[in-house]
Design a protein around this ligand. Structure first.
Ligand code: IPM
Ligand code: MG
Length: 365
């Protein structure tokens, strides 16, 4: 069976990190006898420039028929002047909605080799393994009405709508419990139920879903407390499930615990296990085109792609092992380098992973 995979390099450092991830994907496919067909399309700012919209029709057609998608990043200062509805980020939101990618999995795992790169004390983060399950196609990101309007008194006001249907909460909660059952069996649901009715409903529905998972413990935290606990004692968490905007914020915090946001992959899945895989980091326009970006988050996103959309767990583990090997070897891009470490570039890091992969299980090309 052949798997069609669509690459969406996007903006900023996106093309550089996707190029390295592509090399890894092609190599691991060879090593594990996976037939893949790669295609490429525009998303984000590059799509605005080349095709006039952030999620153009050509990309839509290719995206809908792909088994999996690998995205770099979108956005950059050259598009900052555009009205909100035309910005590159809207392309990302549009593709998430179009493919119904409601479940965003953001693991925050600390590679022991990087314990010193964390801004927290090594003992607080050693062995850290958190999975953030973020609802991705609802909440305040998508709620209507939204906009900026002029009031009767002439002053302008901005407004958004924070809204969740029960079915939206139910399906993300269900997935969080299923995943927790395969891990440490603990779910923490994050809300702001002391203030926001929408998250009162969230808490109620998550509690109801929990009744079907006798082996999984559930607790609830307000988002402010969750943010504090994440930097106070992060290892208390197993699976964190939360809505779109809280998940956006907490996943950046969790990322930093692991040393660098340049290390964290993500998977956005729909009910059919088609998925969009992307690094948690953004397009980093300040270092774009300079061979300085860390490609490991995108390479680890390839591992998630193999595991969740291609059902190739062995190949996924091989990619993860190769990343661990290059860290053991001392390969460091600038973002994960400690003082005095030799720093390598994006391409050299990709090459190091390729070499490490080749040796895995002695399985030569
Ligand atoms: C993310 C990003 C996006 C989001 C932006 C680029 C729209 O921050 O994937 O976390 O807010 O979801
Ligand atoms: Mg974000």
């Amino acid at each position: 069976m052949s798997h069609s995979i669509l690459l969406l390099p996007g903006d900023g450092i996106g093309p550089e990190v996707v190029a390295q991830a592509r090399r890894v994907l092609e190599r691991v496919a060879d090593l594990y006898n996976l037939t893949i067909e790669l295609d490429e399309a525009n998303l984000g700012g590059v799509a605005i420039d080349r095709e006039g919209s952030a999620y153009p029709e050509t990309t839509q057609a290719k995206a809908r028929s792909a088994a999996a998608l690998l995205l770099g990043a979108v956005g950059g200062p050259q598009w900052d002047g555009l009205p909100a509805a035309q910005r590159p980020e809207r392309g990302l939101l549009a593709i998430r909605a179009d493919l119904d990618l409601f479940a965003n999995l953001r693991p925050a795992i600390l590679f022991p080799q990087l314990a010193d790169a964390s801004s927290l004390k090594p003992e607080l983060v050693a062995g850290l393994d958190i999975l953030i399950v973020r609802e991705l196609t609802g909440g305040i990101y998508f709620g209507e009405p939204r906009g900026i309007r002029t009031r009767e008194d002439g002053e302008r006001e901005g407004y958004n709508t924070y809204i969740y249907r029960e079915s939206e909460i139910e399906r993300i909660a269900q997935l969080a419990f299923e995943l927790a059952a395969k891990r440490d069996g603990r779910v923490t649901s994050v809300d702001k139920a002391n203030v926001l009715e929408v998250t009162q409903l969230w808490r109620e529905v998550v509690t109801r879903v929990a009744e079907n998972f006798a082996g999984v413990d559930l607790d609830h935290l307000y988002v402010d407390n969750a943010a504090m606990q994440l930097v106070r004692e992060p290892k208390q968490f197993d699976v964190l499930v939360t809505g779109n905007i809280f998940g956006d914020i907490l996943s950046d915090t969790a990322a930093m615990l692991t040393g660098s946001i340049g290390m964290l992959p993500s998977a956005s899945l729909n009910a059919l296990s088609a998925g969009l895989y992307e690094p948690v980091h953004g397009s980093a326009p300040d270092i774009a085109g300079q061979d300085r970006a860390n490609p490991l988050a995108t390479i680890l996103s390839v591992a998630m792609l193999l595991r969740y959309s291609l059902n190739a767990g062995n190949a996924a583990a091989a990619v993860e092992a190769a990343v661990s090997t290059v860290l053991d070897q001392g390969c460091r891009t600038a973002d994960i380098a400690a003082e005095g470490d030799a720093v390598i570039g994006t391409e050299a890091m990709g090459t190091a992973v390729l070499k490490a992969l080749k040796g895995h299980e002695g399985n030569e090309l």
